[in-house]
Design a protein around this ligand. Structure first.
Ligand code: THU
Length: 159
């Protein structure tokens, strides 16, 4: 028998410890929360994706009365960015969440489907996507999507 332990490295910052570039990306994700359409959950999520060319695309969660038809903020923002610039790699993504009128103290992390979508983009451009997860008390920084989705199913699994 063998065992394998897989570790995920998370670096935890306060907002004022972050580089300006990351602070700005987080602020865009926070602003985007106001545009969420979340009448069913009341849980508002914003995401901001920065490309290698410096452009930023934002998205918010979009719900639907037929619940599974909605989409998370991360996928809205990532698909938006990839559809506008199919040849430009993604550098980073910031995510913020808001409920009952307040930002959460501790960050939320992307759901499984979003991790799978973010991973596809990371693999597609062969470039790490830095993930910034905003909480009012702590901000989590993860160096790449693979850290968030170990033992993943990917393109090479199909061969
Ligand atoms: N949601 C996101 O947009 N991103 C996440 O990372 C987690 C969940 C949305 C989906 C749904 O509209 C609401 O939050 C509650 O799950």
């Amino acid at each position: 028998m063998q065992q394998k332990t897989i570790e995920t490295k998370v670096t935890i910052y306060r907002f004022d410890e972050l580089d300006l570039e990351f602070q700005q990306l987080i602020n865009k994700a926070k602003d985007q929360i106001q545009k969420a359409y979340a009448p069913y959950s009341g849980f508002h999520v914003g995401a901001a994706v920065q490309l290698d060319n410096g452009e930023i695309f934002t998205g918010s969660n979009q719900e639907n009365s037929a619940y599974p038809s909605g989409l998370c903020a991360e996928r809205v923002a990532m698909f938006y960015a990839n559809s506008q610039y199919p040849d430009i790699a993604v550098k980073s993504i910031a995510i913020a969440a808001h409920t009952n009128g307040n930002f959460l103290k501790e960050p939320i992390t992307p759901c499984g489907s979003c991790r799978q979508v973010l991973l596809e983009t990371e693999m597609r451009f062969e470039k790490n996507i830095k993930i910034l997860l905003y909480g009012t008390e702590n901000i989590y920084m993860i160096e790449n999507v693979r850290q968030l989705l170990p033992l993943c199913f990917e393109k090479s699994s199909l061969q």
